[in-house]
Design a protein around this ligand. Structure first.
Ligand SMILES: Cc1cc2nc3c(=O)[nH]c(=O)nc-3n(C[C@H](O)[C@H](O)[C@H](O)COP(=O)(O)OP(=O)(O)OC[C@H]3O[C@@H](n4cnc5c(N)ncnc54)[C@H](O)[C@@H]3O)c2cc1C
Length: 359
């Protein structure tokens, strides 16, 4: 981030007790990034930028720096959210000045329209979306939040307040929000493909099952952790990670090696995974066991011997319990540093819309 040009936004926010607010922000943020304190000042640094906080007379001065307009929006929006959450009912006015977009709205929102949908396997349906700005999704992460409007209603999309907080439609206009991977991007046709597991009559599965040409959705993103350059990869996960693994494998250069381990229900759920890299694929079949109830994936990872030396990277995404077991093994047995693996819970058995973004 150090080499990137920095964009900056500032605000002076008047409040009764700026010292208490500074404390609360630092305590909360310590669990999410790096906090540096000096007298009445603090610097909070995270993935998307930094916020400098400075006590003033009856106010907190805030200066946010980020490498892009999108990140600057994310950080200013988050700072505003936290200020209001910690204000304990005191009305605050947060008014940002600086390098913010001229266009109102959320800079990482795009509308897309279903062009077609078909089954890739019995339990995986591909929804192809037409989107004017596919270039926006080429970098910055593999995943998007798909915003699904209520059936039969004109969609009302989220917007941004003057303090950059996101304003979500509510009541009859409330959107369903689910995270999916962009499986592939076709810039010439201006299409994005999303592969959805048909596991239930849940909102995400039902959207994919019933998707018809012309249906509109909102997309927030892209986001998610990045797979970093390596000379050997272990890519593993269940069927929810199959789209991500397929996209990562398709982007690997010829000189690297990758072991791929994927759990699916049975042979009919296997897919071709084209790649220039030297890949070796192991398919694990859980048969009649419900998804998220086996330890097939952690056991398979425990059976993999990491290469000695070199530059390995592990990507693993699946149900939360398996993700936790895999993360523990990589850290304790492999002693793999944090920047050499990305392990994420893509879903949690028994919980709707539940995931973490990986670490
Ligand atoms: C970064 C990221 C990328 C993802 N990419 C994809 C992707 O490309 N394709 C994809 O299909 N999913 C993907 N997922 C997972 C997907 O977001 C979740 O499975 C989500 O819960 C599905 O929403 P739903 O409305 O179908 O079910 P929900 O309403 O969220 O859940 C309803 C019930 O179904 C269970 N459930 C959820 N998912 C599954 C499942 N796969 N199998 C069995 N039971 C389940 C829940 O535990 C809950 O009990 C991704 C998740 C993340 C975080």
């Amino acid at each position: 981030m150090a080499d990137e040009p920095e964009l900056r936004a500032e605000a002076r926010v008047a409040m009764r007790d700026p010292g208490a607010m500074l404390e609360r922000l630092c305590t909360h943020f310590a669990g999410h990034g790096t906090v540096t304190r000096h007298d009445g000042r603090a610097r909070l640094e995270g993935r998307f930028g930094a916020a400098e906080l400075c006590l003033a007379d009856g106010a907190l001065d805030i200066a946010v720096t980020s490498p892009s307009e999108t990140h600057l929006f994310v950080v200013t929006s988050s700072v505003a959210e936290h200020l209001h959450a910690f204000a304990e009912g005191e009305p605050l006015r947060v008014s940002w000045r600086g390098s913010l977009p001229d266009q109102p709205g959320i800079p990482y929102f795009r509308e897309a329209v279903v062009r077609r949908a078909h089954d890739v396997t019995p339990a995986m349906r591909r929804v192809v979306l037409a989107c004017e700005d596919t270039a926006h999704f080429e970098s910055g992460g593999l995943h998007v939040s798909v915003l699904i409007p209520p059936p039969g209603r004109e969609p009302v999309w989220p917007g941004a307040g003057t303090d950059n907080r996101v304003i979500w439609p509510s009541g009859a206009d409330e959107l369903v929000r689910r995270v999916y991977t962009i499986r592939s991007i076709d810039p010439l046709r201006r299409e994005l493909a999303i592969d959805v597991v048909l596991h239930d009559t849940s909102p995400g599965s039902s959207w994919a099952r019933n998707a018809r040409a012309g249906d509109r959705v909102g997309l927030l993103g892209p986001g998610g952790g990045d797979v970093v350059p390596a000379d050997w990869y272990l890519l593993c996960g269940d069927e929810t990670a199959l789209p991500a693994i397929a996209r990562i494998a398709a982007g690997l250069p010829a000189e690297v090696r990758a072991e791929i381990v994927i759990e699916v229900a049975n042979r009919a759920e296997q897919q071709e995974l084209p790649s220039q890299a030297a890949i070796e694929i192991t398919w694990l079949h859980r048969g009649d066991a419900p998804a998220g109830t086996t330890d097939l994936l952690p056991r398979a990872v425990m059976g993999v011997a990491p290469p000695e030396g070199g530059n390995p990277f592990v990507f693993a995404s699946c149900e939360r319990a398996a993700a936790r077991a895999i993360r523990k093994h990589l850290r304790e047995a492999w002693k793999l540093p944090k920047d050499r693996h990305l392990v994420a819970a893509y879903w949690r058995r028994g919980h709707a819309d539940s995931h973490d973004h990986g670490e």
